[in-house]
Design a protein around this ligand. Structure first.
Ligand SMILES: [Zn+2]
Length: 139
């Protein structure tokens, strides 16, 4: 798919704070920043660790398994690019490492609930933009 064929918003893939995350997503890796001092994870990128207030961090691979922490079903398209997919679900997923990500729930939604098991799914939106999303794992 080319950049012009994709009709939804695209993040600034060259933003130095988040570029490592987007690069990893293209490689089907889910990442988070890990504090070099206290080893806690954080996402999205922050300059200062909210746990210990130190500055250093590295991007590291994290678990692609998680659970639905919260979700909302959208019945109105707040961007025209989404109108053909209504209704769609956006969830906050807590992965097995305790990192929370906001993303779409794709595929069958039978069993969708807080606490439902999910795994990451990577959607190639453009040549450069791969969007991490989630799919339910059958119980
Ligand atoms: Zn820290």
């Amino acid at each position: 798919m080319t950049e012009t064929a994709y009709s939804k918003p695209v993040p600034d893939l060259d933003d130095p704070a988040m570029a490592p995350f987007w690069t990893a997503a293209r490689d089907r890796r889910l990442t988070a920043q890990q504090c070099t001092a206290c080893k806690s994870y954080r996402y999205p990128a922050l300059e200062i660790c909210p746990t210990c207030l130190e500055q250093g961090a590295n991007w590291v691979d994290v678990s692609q398994e998680g659970t639905v922490w919260s979700f909302a079903t959208y019945h109105r398209a707040f961007h025209p690019g989404f109108k053909d997919e209504l209704p769609y679900v956006v969830a906050i997923v807590e992965n097995a490492d305790g990192v929370r990500y906001t993303g779409r729930i794709l595929g069958p939604r039978d069993g969708l609930a807080v606490g439902a098991k999910v795994r990451a799914r990577f959607v190639d939106c453009t040549d450069r933009f791969t969007l991490p999303a989630w799919e339910l794992v059958a119980a």
